[in-house]
Write a protein that binds this ligand. Structure first.
Ligand code: ADP
Ligand code: MG
Length: 313
């Protein structure tokens, strides 16, 4: 049966940690990711694609920092928009080229998407998400004083700017995304979407934050009435006791079981936990809703129920 699937592509799939961040490397990665996406289309499903932007937004901010004496840096939310445009373009290019090779007559549109957050979100009091390049303690202190940035030590590697990671509330343009996705492959809310808030008069303001793409993918899937939320990452399954001798691969799990595993601390905060929480959130949206966490290469088998971790009510 044909399904509407929201695919969330991990940032690591677009630029692997040790790779040089060239256009060529990223295009090649995205081009190979597009194979699995097109296979899903070939299997008769409708896809809406979203993606991470961690490495890319960090690099854009680094470029801004490096050139700051000549050109005034853009705010983080503009860098977020730039990264969305850049990755959206590469994905659209790759998907169109793959469709052409496969002789499939289908269009691809990439959208710049804003994600509304609550100005009073607790995350604004407690910025936690490290972005951009590393600085010494001395430089960091200076930036805190001069630019009003919040700087934090990051895992013994130096100081980085930290920004809030607020909860996404509303994906802008979701009605249009629904309409477009009936005919075309839609790419939207990359990097979690450009973080904005609306004031009492309805005026839109950008805000310096980076929204977690797994959390915005949940909103996108719910608000576009998708049947399946599929989080594509670099592991085949979610595991309990991950990385230990007694690790166990999870295949079919209920929301209740998954919530217990969270409580038992099986999932790392910055990586697997947001995926699992979003999967649970989606499964809770209804009896017929399923969430899948799997590797990119297993996407088609996972949709057929033959690979990955499936979470249902
Ligand atoms: P992405 O770019 O796809 O968002 P992340 O690095 O954020 O990728 O998340 C995927 C990573 O989560 C895996 O590579 C793995 O190292 C890590 N991880 C942490 N806990 C678990 C777990 N319990 N089961 C599987 N992977 C886990
Ligand atoms: Mg991640």
């Amino acid at each position: 049966m044909s399904q509407k699937v929201v695919l969330a592509l991990g940032g690591n799939a677009i630029l692997q940690p040790k790779q040089e961040p060239t256009y060529e490397n990223q295009y090649e990665n995205v081009y190979s990711a597009a194979t699995s996406m097109i296979d899903i289309v070939k299997a008769g499903h409708e896809i809406i694609v979203t993606h991470g932007n961690g490495p890319q937004v960090g690099l854009i901010i680094a470029q801004n920092e490096a050139a700051k004496d000549d050109i005034k840096p853009m705010p983080v939310f503009v860098s977020s928009a730039e990264s969305q445009g850049m990755i959206g373009f590469m994905l659209e290019q790759a998907l169109k080229n793959k469709l052409k090779e496969a002789n499939i007559d289908k269009n691809v549109v990439s959208l710049l998407t804003m994600t509304e957050v609550d100005k009073d979100d607790q995350a604004f009091q407690n910025p936690t998400k490290p972005i951009g390049v590393f600085f010494t303690e001395e430089e960091a202190k200076k930036m805190e004083k001069e630019n009003g940035f919040v700087m934090a030590e990051d895992a013994g590697r130096g100081y980085r700017r930290v920004v809030p990671s607020p909860e996404p509330k509303k994906i802008h343009g979701v009605e249009e995304i629904k309409t477009l996705s009936e005919e075309s492959i839609v790419i939207s809310s990359g990097g979690g979407g450009i973080p904005i808030w609306r004031d009492e008069d309805g005026v839109i303001h950008g805000v310096d934050a980076v929204i977690d793409k797994d959390r915005s993918a949940l909103k996108l899937a719910q608000q576009s009435d998708a049947d399946t939320l599929m989080v594509l990452t670099d592991v085949s399954n979610v595991f309990i006791n991950y990385g230990k001798e007694n690790e166990i691969k999870l295949e079919n799990v209920t929301v209740e079981e998954m919530e217990q595993y969270i409580e038992d601390g099986h999932f790392a905060a910055g990586s697997m936990l947001p995926k699992v929480e979003s999967a649970i959130g989606f499964a809770k949206s209804g009896e017929n809703k399923q969430a899948i966490i799997c590797s990119l290469s297993d996407a088609v088998q996972a949709l057929a129920g033959e690979a990955g971790t499936h979470i249902k009510l």
